[in-house]
Design a protein around this ligand. Structure first.
Ligand code: ADP
Length: 493
């Protein structure tokens, strides 16, 4: 058995530290202790980040028979998948035909590509929309259950969003984690990856440190997968690429979204693309910017009004356009107005929040009439009444002459009490830019060649969405590219 150079160096450094301690201890006449400065462990695949993409990669790599470790800096797994609406966009004729929804892979491709202003890498978009459908089976085989009908999530552009049975994104996380662990994957939480270990131009491992100060070198015989997410929570980094997104704007992300993987990969010559494309979500909570406290009705079931009680945008629009319109309203504020159909039958919101409590806290405001609702949220009652009447008329005529909401989103009048209002503000949500990858999820360098041994998946990557991400495509991305990265790394391709 031959040992790589750095391993021998490590052993020597441990012996040195040990003998130094032993030396001191001997002077003090007490028993010497051995101190491991760095714990070294060897795996086939080392995955940095235990969010959706990292865990999907762990599930896939472990299914390929690889010995896998996941390194997560926070105390819990799940990343932003647990903070998102958790919907998965895919063409699914089995469900869509029953609902009379016409769809195709090409349509999904066009909407994603054009929805991102044709900036994305076409081959990555194509791969994502194709694998989205085939990966439905993979997800179901691991225990993810979907609702019997698809809908259009905010900014999804078409009814192909699959909600799960369970709390938002948690069924994905549970399924990946259980699969990976049952195949022997090891998971370290509270452990932050700090640097990529490189030997002769190949990424061969990851240096990390845990919350107790213990250092690790996780060696990867086959590959390292970066799945550290985006950088919405790193104000300096986001301002470096988009100076308009300063500290006054909250974000919807978990605090671990600080762009670590991008910074680590930059040091090994990785190419970054589209860093300036950053999505601001119109559905931020007015107090903390999160997506909590929202019922996430389907586009068909809601309108948005400003503080004057007036609509200001086609609710079926792209997210960036909705947010742009929202920012031009008084105090950048909007209310989602929906009716009884948006109230969950089991009294629990998408994020597992108790709806009664949300009403008590004033996050959700309900009323028997539109006038009463207007009074409660302090918008002019006459205006709101006129707005709702005009919208209901647009549903009748299938024509929204004011804002051009498409006919397929004009299917439900707002007419069943209680009516519901939910105040929302802009909040930084998704960074579309990041590491440049190819169709095998290999990280590319500035010359367009793969960085040997380095793979990436999820929001840490750029080039998949272009200038704007469709709602529901982030979960699709983590599943499709997480799986590809896991398989590629396990094969050492
Ligand atoms: P994605 O949707 O692409 O999976 P997420 O943001 O949901 O991205 O998940 C990324 C995960 O990576 C988060 O759980 C985050 O805490 C973790 N992470 C970020 N930086 C590091 C790091 N340096 N070391 C370990 N884990 C990290």
């Amino acid at each position: 058995m031959s040992f790589p150079r750095h391993f021998i160096a490590l052993v020597i450094s441990i012996i040195l530290v040990t003998s130094l301690v032993a030396g001191c201890a001997n002077n003090n006449d007490s028993k010497p202790e051995s101190v491991a400065e760095i714990i070294e462990e060897e795996f086939d695949v080392v995955i940095v980040g235990g969010g959706g993409a990292g865990l999907a990669a762990a599930a896939a790599a472990s299914q390929e028979g690889a010995k896998v470790v996941v390194v997560e800096k926070m105390s819990m797994l799940g990343g932003n998948t647990l903070r998102s609406g958790g919907v998965y966009n895919a063409v699914n004729p089995k469900l869509q035909e029953k609902q009379g929804i016409e769809d195709s892979i090409d349509k999904f491709f066009q909407q994603t590509y054009e929805g991102g202003d044709k900036k994305a890498k076409e081959e990555l978009v194509r791969l994502m929309v194709e694998n989205a459908t085939t990966d439905l089976d993979w997800l179901e085989s691991m225990g993810v259950e979907f609702e019997p009908e698809v809908h259009a999530a905010l900014g999804a552009m078409w009814p192909r969003s699959h909600g799960t049975i369970g709390s938002a994104g948690s069924p994905f996380i549970d399924a990946f984690k259980n699969t990976a662990e049952s195949n022997g994957a090891k998971i370290y939480t509270n452990t932050t990856a700090e640097e990529l270990e490189v030997e002769d131009g190949r990424v061969v491992g990851v240096k990390a440190i845990n919350d107790k100060g213990q250092k690790y070198l996780f060696k990867a015989n086959k590959g390292v997968v970066l799945a550290t997410g985006g950088f919405s929570a790193n104000v300096d980094l986001r301002m470096k690429y988009n100076p308009n997104l300063g500290p006054e704007l909250p974000n919807t992300n978990q605090p671990g979204s600080t762009g670590d993987g991008i910074l680590m990969a930059e040091k090994v010559d990785a190419n970054l693309i589209h860093m300036e494309f950053i999505q601001v979500n119109p559905f931020g909570d007015p107090e903390d910017g999160s997506l909590l406290g929202c019922l996430f009705p389907s586009v068909n079931d809601m309108i948005y009004v400003n503080k004057e009680g007036k609509r200001f945008v086609n609710e079926g629009e792209r997210r960036d356009r909705i947010t742009e319109a929202q920012i031009n309203q008084p105090d950048s504020t909007m209310f989602i107005i929906s009716d009884a159909r948006s109230l969950p039958k089991d009294g629990v919101s998408l994020f597992g929040e108790d709806v009664e409590q949300l009403i008590e806290q004033g996050k959700l405001v309900i009323a028997d009439t539109i006038e009463e609702l207007a009074e409660k949220i302090e918008v002019p009652a006459d205006n709101l009444k006129t707005t709702v009447e005009a919208f209901n008329q647009a549903v009748d005529t299938k024509h929204d002459k004011e804002f051009g909401r498409p006919a397929n989103y004009l299917t439900q009048k707002l007419e069943q009490s209680p009516f519901v209002a939910n105040k929302r503000m802009p909040s930084v949500h998704h960074t579309m830019g990041g590491l440049d990858i190819d169709t095998k999820a290999r990280v590319l360098n500035k010359d367009g060649n793969p960085v040997p041994g380095l793979y990436a998946a999820g929001e840490v990557c750029g080039g998949i969405h272009g200038a704007n991400r469709l709602g529901g495509n982030a979960i699709t991305e983590i599943v499709v590219f997480g799986r590809i990265a896991g398989i590629s790394a396990a094969k050492g391709e």
